[in-house]
Design a binder for this molecule. Sequence first.
Ligand SMILES: C[S@@+](CC[C@H](N)C(=O)[O-])C[C@H]1O[C@@H](n2cnc3c(N)ncnc32)[C@H](O)[C@@H]1O
Length: 278
Amino acid sequence: MSPGGTVAEALAQARARGVAPLDARLMLGRLLGQSPTRLIAHDEQPLGEAVARWADWLERRARGEPLAYLLGEKEFHGLMLEVTPDVLVPRPETELLVDWAGELLRGRPEPATVVDLGTGSGAIALAVKHAHPLAQVTATDVSAAALGVARRNAERLGLEVEFVEASWWQGLEGRSFAIVVANPPYIRAGDAALASLGHEPLAALTPGADGLAALRAIVDGASAHLDASGWLLLEHGFDQAEDVRGLLAAARFEAVATRADLAGHPRASGGRRPARTP
Ligand SMILES: C[S@@+](CC[C@H](N)C(=O)[O-])C[C@H]1O[C@@H](n2cnc3c(N)ncnc32)[C@H](O)[C@@H]1O
């Protein structure tokens, strides 16, 4: 690259390092404070003072660091969220849980109580509160650092959500909710997928062993924390639907069902606590 380099040269560098053109345009757009469209129309412009940061970002992206960590943000369910390496990058498939909770909220008297267990960046809790302002939303995480990110997102977006540091149900003693949602860590220990996710917090990705420990802990304690006829909605791996439906059935949940994500993978399962405990 010529001293300083141009946008066209930077894009060629990115191609040579195997970085997707869209990612490269978003990174350059952020560094130069311009829209990706303007960058393409004026690709002869110099990087100027942004050249050192570009070199750093290109290297990190080429090594697999998520784009969201470089940009410091990720869009989820129409909300732009701050993300840092302390939180999982929210995934589009998780929007399924928000929409499912929304359907249930529409059929309930307001204000309904909702808890998002393992909130990370606050993605699910904040999206539910944004779509259903009357809902009383609580969000928990065992990670104080993650809760810090989630709190900042809530403040910036002006969304009133209660945050509680808790390990699944420990920390929520005596509390009961109409809807419980969770996207817990569920990848099996040793799963090849973990190798490509090394930049995200391990505790957000896997509970170890068969990947079901967190889902089990949540299902096991759920009945004591759900209102009568309350719902538990859980995200899980594409090949864990049968196991999770089994856990829900064993815990006497009714109307147990699985929903698929946009890619057609069974991605979330849920059930209703009986109106009366048998
Ligand atoms: C898969 S991430 C989901 C984050 C966020 N809900 C989302 O969908 O983007 C799982 C989250 O569960 C949290 N977590 C892990 N173990 C936990 C525990 N014992 N109690 C509460 N949260 C826990 C992690 O810190 C992480 O934020």
